[in-house]
Design a protein around this ligand. Structure first.
Ligand code: KIV
Length: 275
């Protein structure tokens, strides 16, 4: 028997059971302090490979490594205690074979303690998803725009904007569902298609540039806080932290240059004699 506290985190089956129910609230987080804030309000925290672009200034997510994901996944687990934490599998860590995917996913789960992983791809990943799920790895799918494929698709363009393009994306949604994924992210697809996919599959759809009809929504935290210099059309800015951070940094720099900081209240006086 474990002597640990009762587990209070949401699990992949809890999220799976939310199909058609109260919308699933999800945001990305890559570090402990933001995880603590986000955890109060979110059902799912995604440690997305978008951390390559947001934290490291990379042009795409392609160079992100498993070690980067594990380090930030661990930080997010330390900062949160309620939400299901899902860690993205980065490009090159799962596509070669089902066995490679299992070894990478097992490493992520053992080393971070996260509750699930996410892989990009529909039909092409179905066999792998089934292999992982059968072996105890809860998998979130990701279809529509799959940013790790940027070098084959050419640009981060919305998908399914003409009805002729819908069939393969519908097949992708069916494939990840049949393979046993507990939910699926639908990124940057035409609104009616996202609605259709949500009706089509028995697992919750989590939209990012999808439709309000999806079973849940996700955004990249820094995008919705106004910290990212360029954001896609689907981002609503709920905050404008960039200017406040800059104003705080400018005030600090001014104080340091004027020797106005630190003041006596920030310095350690000597102990009075006899104490
Ligand atoms: O990496 C990420 O942040 C993601 C979201 C865009 C869903 O995959």
């Amino acid at each position: 028997m474990s002597v640990q506290d009762e587990i209070k985190r949401l699990t992949a089956p809890d999220i799976r059971a939310r199909k058609g129910g109260e919308p699933i609230v999800s945001l990305t987080s890559y570090h402990a302090h933001t995880a603590r804030l986000v955890d109060k309000y979110c059902d799912v925290i995604l440690v997305g490979d978008s951390l390559g672009m947001v934290m490291h200034g990379l042009e795409t997510t392609v160079p992100v490594t498993l070690d980067m994901m594990i380090l930030q996944g661990l930080a997010v687990m330390r900062g949160s205690k309620h939400a299901l934490v899902v860690v993205d599998m980065p490009f090159g860590s799962y596509e070669a074979s089902r066995e490679q995917a299992f070894m990478s996913a097992a490493r992520v789960m053992k080393e971070t303690g996260c509750g699930a992983i996410k892989v990009e791809g529909g039909r092409r990943m179905a066999e792998t998803i089934a292999f992982l799920v059968e072996r105890g790895v809860p998998v979130m799918g990701h279809i529509g725009l799959t940013p790790q494929s940027i070098n084959t698709i050419g640009s981060f363009r919305a998908q399914g904007r003409s009805e002729a393009d819908w069939a393969p994306i519908e097949d992708d949604a069916r494939a990840v569902t049949d393979a046993g994924a507990f939910s699926v992210v639908i990124e940057a697809v035409a609104e009616p298609l996202a609605r259709r996919l949500t009706e089509l599959v028995a697992i919750p759809t989590i939209g990012i540039g999808g439709s309000v009809a999806c079973d849940g929504q996700i955004l990249v935290l820094e995008d919705m806080l106004g910290l990212s210099p360029r954001v896609p059309r689907f981002v609503k800015r709920y905050g404008d932290l960039g200017p406040s951070i800059e104003a705080a940094v400018a005030a600090y720099a001014k104080d340091v240059r004027a020797r106005a900081f630190p003041g006596p209240e920030h310095a350690y006086p000597m102990r009075s004699k006899g104490k």
